[in-house]
Write a new protein. Structure first.
Length: 120
């Protein structure tokens, strides 16, 4: 558990210290996802199935059991990123895009890229 906390602390520190660019966006991705999970879980506009997917992804983030151990710098959080990205894409097909954008605390460009083009 201590290694997970240290890994998260490193990501938050990197997100604040790195110059703007892809590495900074990657470091900010997990904390932004955690905040989005919490916001979507409480939003009444989110259907139950999407909430379940998002909450499961949040539990995966908080779980000390991972496919890639958290103590490996930089690559440790990759399985977390993949699981949360898949959950957000799933929610993106069931929730109005604006609801997801409102819940996302980071730069909307990153979430837009993750969600893909708007379906008609």
């Amino acid at each position: 558990m201590g290694l997970m906390v240290a890994s998260w602390a490193l990501l938050i520190l990197l997100a604040r210290r790195l110059p703007p660019g892809p590495l900074r966006e990657l470091a900010r991705f997990i904390p932004d996802c955690a905040a989005t999970v919490a916001r979507l879980r409480r939003d009444p506009r989110v259907p139950r199935r999407a909430k379940v997917a998002v909450v499961l992804a949040g539990l995966w983030l908080a779980s000390p059991i991972d496919l890639i151990p958290e103590f490996l710098p930089v690559i440790g959080p990759l399985d977390d990123i993949v699981v949360v990205a898949l959950a957000l894409r799933y929610a993106g097909r069931r929730v109005p895009r604006q609801v997801l954008l409102d819940a996302w605390p980071g730069e909307t460009r990153l979430l837009e890229r993750l969600l893909g083009p708007v379906r008609t």
